[in-house]
Design a protein. Sequence first.
Length: 246
Amino acid sequence: MTDHWLARQLRRLVMILGLTVIWALFSRFGPWPPYLLPGPFEVGQALLAGMSDGSIARGVLVSLKRLVLGFGISVMIGVVIGLLNARFALMRETLGLLVLGLQALPSICWLPLALLWFGLNESAVIFVVVMGSLLSVALAVEDAVRHIPMIYLRAARNLGASGLTLYRSVVLPASLPTVVSGLKQGWSFAWRALMAGELLFVGPGLGRLLMLGRDLNDMAQVIAIMLVIVAIGLAFDRVVFSRIER
């Protein structure tokens, strides 16, 4: 197992080094000016500068706070909607159809509506995050509950389980693997929606740092913040969702 783990890490390291070399070559010899595609060294300097002055740390903390709040609201509401759609045919044929249709709507489309309803403030960003992930969570929960093997439910009912006991002891545990996959997808949607909302929100956050880099024509800062966003996404996947799935 140790040899396999080391080989996997080595392959990843080689891939990262290869991509870094290609990036450096494109930056130096590409058809565009160097300031439009700064090399790894320049981006590394921008990353260190952002860490030194605390701007990246503040942006990460503020963005994660919004993400946790918005995604938490999405999970609470989405689980309820998913359970209702799975349990009642009337809900599935009415509300379920609406959820399925709205799921096809990109999260950025909610931003103009959020600005009109809440104004250019924190509530608008949270609303975009909620709408970006809520529908995905609801669909995942509904799909997970509806595909539980009927033998589980029959056995539970024969043993006297019903109502909340049936859901707590059988339905939720049996549907948990699919639900976790849906939550993982919903989190990725929430993360993208948050970045879209922060691009227009005047305040701290990673999205605002991206816009600041663009306004200053500082592509090194833009790419550095993009790398931070990717790193946070990978960290959540490895530390949180992968462990829950295992």
